[in-house]
Design a protein around this ligand. Structure first.
Ligand SMILES: Nc1ncnc2c1ncn2[C@@H]1O[C@H](COP(=O)(O)OP(=O)(O)O)[C@@H](O)[C@H]1O
Ligand SMILES: [Mg+2]
Length: 271
């Protein structure tokens, strides 16, 4: 287990000052993203998830703490530097593309190496889009198709790490399920590592290997997805779990329940 993390943050801190108000958006956040794994970051709105992603991508600078890519520190570098190894996938895929540019050109411009038509063809088929989509403009695709195209762009760029910020939150249930399955497949096929941010613990539990639960800029719980879901230690994690169960979205917990059932809320309180 001496593997070097693909991406690591050590004690990241960031406080925002607005109109005399102080918000500690990141409070001593340390994560380790291991090769070929997906780390889920979950928490309610305003807990600091997007701020964490923006710092990892060097779109913001931390007050304190360090960033490492494969053991090399990159704290203080710019977004172009971070763009050599990571790509972001946003909730609104459509607006992340130039509306006047056909996908073929967008994808070519995003690639950091020589064009590789065979790889592009393979990637499109991986995400169940055919090559004719390359001639189309972003506005002509459905939300799910556009999100799949943005995943193709990210992988084709050569990125080793995908930062997905609420990437499935705007999609209907069927498209959401498809994108989750595709991300799992791409992780296996291309050994890509991902940080998957969501307010929905149900979604995270379907996809992620590890999970960090955030609240008010702090990490309240961090561990394997199985441990955190089956044996939540923090009351806030239990609240998130109960919320998932209440809306009847137990399917998301299936993978973990299969290995070990989630105790009923009352039993859990006794653990
Ligand atoms: N640029 C900014 N200026 C001031 N406050 C900010 C800024 N960005 C984020 N915040 C605050 O930091 C906190 C965390 O925000 P965010 O990371 O967007 O949360 P999440 O993505 O979990 O919903 C919130 O209270 C938010 O208002
Ligand atoms: Mg956010």
């Amino acid at each position: 287990m001496n593997e070097i993390p693909v991406l690591e943050t050590a004690g990241l801190e960031r406080t925002f000052h607005t109109k005399g108000r102080e918000v500690k958006a990141l409070d001593n956040i340390s994560i380790k993203l291991m090769p070929g794994t997906i780390l889920g970051v979950v928490g309610e709105s305003g807990s600091g998830k997007s701020t964490l992603i923006r710092h990892i991508a060097c779109l913001e600078k931390p007050d304190k703490g360090k960033l490492f890519y494969r053991g090399t520190e990159y704290t203080g570098r710019d977004a172009a530097y971070a763009g050599r190894f990571l790509q972001m996938i946003f909730q609104d895929a459509l607006s992340s593309f130039d509306p006047k540019m056909r996908f073929a050109k967008s994808l070519r411009e995003g690639r950091r190496a020589a064009d590789d038509p065979a790889l592009l063809k393979k990637l499109l088929s991986d995400v169940r889009l055919d090559e004719s989509f390359l001639d189309r403009y972003p506005g002509s695709l459905s939300g799910g198709q556009c999100q799949r195209m943005s995943i193709v762009r990210a992988v084709y760029s050569g990125a080793q790490v995908l930062l997905c910020d609420e990437a499935t939150s705007a999609l209907d249930v069927a498209s959401q399920a498809m994108v989750i399955e595709l991300l799992k497949e791409l992780k296996e096929l291309y050994q890509i590592s991902m940080i998957f941010v969501s307010h929905d613990l149900g979604v995270v539990s379907q996809l992620c290997d590890d999970v960090m639960v955030m609240k008010d800029g702090r990490c309240v719980e961090y561990g394997s997805c199985h441990d955190v879901i089956c044996h939540p230690k923090d009351p806030y994690t239990r609240e998130l779990l109960d919320a998932v169960m209440e809306v009847g979205d137990e399917a998301g917990l299936h993978r973990h329940k299969h290995q070990e059932p989630v105790p009923a809320p009352m039993e859990r309180d006794l653990l």
